[in-house]
Design a protein around this ligand. Structure first.
Ligand code: KG4
Ligand code: ZN
Length: 354
């Protein structure tokens, strides 16, 4: 794609329940990064309420932009381009950021750059101090996506495989919910799993031997539900802590084993020896443990080959404006003049793949 010109790009992220606004300077790096999470607001309802999400984005965008400019010591006039998440995500939430980005760019007379949210995630590790070199396998493992991608360079991505139903984070959250944990329960479930007894419960490893890089996590919660119902019949509605924690442990082990096996297969298939983990589930302690000790054997009797695994800081893994500002700076050639705009709530990543 060639060297991007020197410029200051404002990035706007509003695809789900986080409003992110950041400024990326192609010479100096990230100079401003502001985020507001709506987690507390949605917790009351046990999940993201799209209409509330949209309204909150509208409320936050202007003050976050002002805070971001102040953090960077910049003015509106210094902005060279405005990048925004055009999709995929919640329609109304995307519309809030898209309308704002286009209106701001129009007022400033500057171009806009529509960004694919997942490309933002894919490139976010390049904002970390310990940057992976190309090529690498990226595991995007969030509340909305579980995908393996071959990343050979900016704009050079191949989708290797993905979950055919629930994303891993979604499975964590739904399982947490059926265990009575507050939203979003993924992190809490993983905390409880620490105290659980490994091997006390056993859940299936869906599609472990499917021979490809596809995954499925929705059946797993049904197995957990069956185990919970059985345990409730034995112990009553309030499960003893050790039983609940051991169910958490068994669920987590099943997810981690599938992700680890598929990560190995993705590395073998591509021949790459670098793995980058992005997305909220990348915070999971057991997944980190398993993936940071990874090695692969190209043939049954071949010596094991070490894999370098990168876990970017969590602030870059979860939704943020920085990754959108960065991806926008890398894609300025796609810049448009702010005018009529649209959002793409269902935008397959394959459309921007090589
Ligand atoms: O990337 P992210 O912040 O948002 C998107 O979905 O885009 O990921 C959030 C997901 C949620 O499903 C949350 O439950 C999960 O990441 N998560 C975890 C942990 N921390 C967050 N899942 C398992 N273990 C964790 N420690
Ligand atoms: Zn995301």
């Amino acid at each position: 794609m060639g060297q991007p010109p020197i410029m200051l790009v404002l990035g706007i992220e509003s695809s789900c329940d986080e409003t992110g606004v950041a400024l990326y300077d192609t010479e100096r790096g990230l100079v401003g990064n502001q985020l507001h999470t709506q987690m507390a607001m949605h917790a009351e309802y046990g999940g993201v309420v799209p209409e509330l999400a949209s309204r909150d984005h509208i409320r936050r965008l202007v003050p976050l932009t002002q805070a971001c400019l102040a953090e960077a010591g910049k003015n509106y006039a210094d902005i060279d381009a405005v990048a925004y998440t055009q999709g995929p995500g919640l329609g109304g939430a995307l519309l809030a950021g898209t309308a704002y980005a286009n209106a701001l760019a129009f007022a400033l007379g500057k171009p806009v750059v529509p960004v694919h949210h997942l490309e933002g995630h894919l490139l976010s590790p390049l904002l970390a101090e310990d940057q992976p070199a190309f090529p690498f396998v990226a595991l995007l493992v969030s509340g909305g996506h579980t995908q393996f991608m071959a990343v050979r360079g900016i704009g050079d991505y191949t989708l290797l495989g993905e979950s055919v139903d629930d994303a891993a984070g979604e499975a964590f959250d739904k399982t947490a919910k059926l265990l009575g944990l507050p939203y979003p329960g993924g992190a809490k479930l993983s905390e409880l799993a620490k105290a659980g007894e490994a091997g006390r419960f056993e859940f299936p490893r869906p599609m472990l031997h499917s021979g490809d890089l596809q995954m499925s996590f929705s059946g797993l919660k049904t197995s957990v539900l069956t185990a919970v119902e059985k345990a409730r019949a034995e112990y009553g509605d309030r499960l003893p802590e050790d039983v609940r924690n051991s169910i958490c442990r068994a669920f987590q082990e099943a997810v981690v084993e599938v992700l680890t096996a598929k990560a190995k297969a993705a590395l073998l298939q591509t021949g790459f020896r670098r793995l980058v983990v992005a997305g909220g589930v990348g915070a999971n302690w057991q997944l980190r443990q398993a993936l940071s000790q990874l090695s692969v054997r190209p043939a049954p009797k071949a010596p094991a080959e070490a894999v370098q695994t990168y876990f970017p800081p969590l602030s870059l893994c979860t939704d943020n404006g920085a990754m959108i500002a960065f991806a926008g700076a890398m894609r300025v050639r796609d810049a448009e003049t702010a005018a009529a705009f649209s959002v793409r709530p269902r935008w397959p990543l394959t459309e921007i793949c090589s």
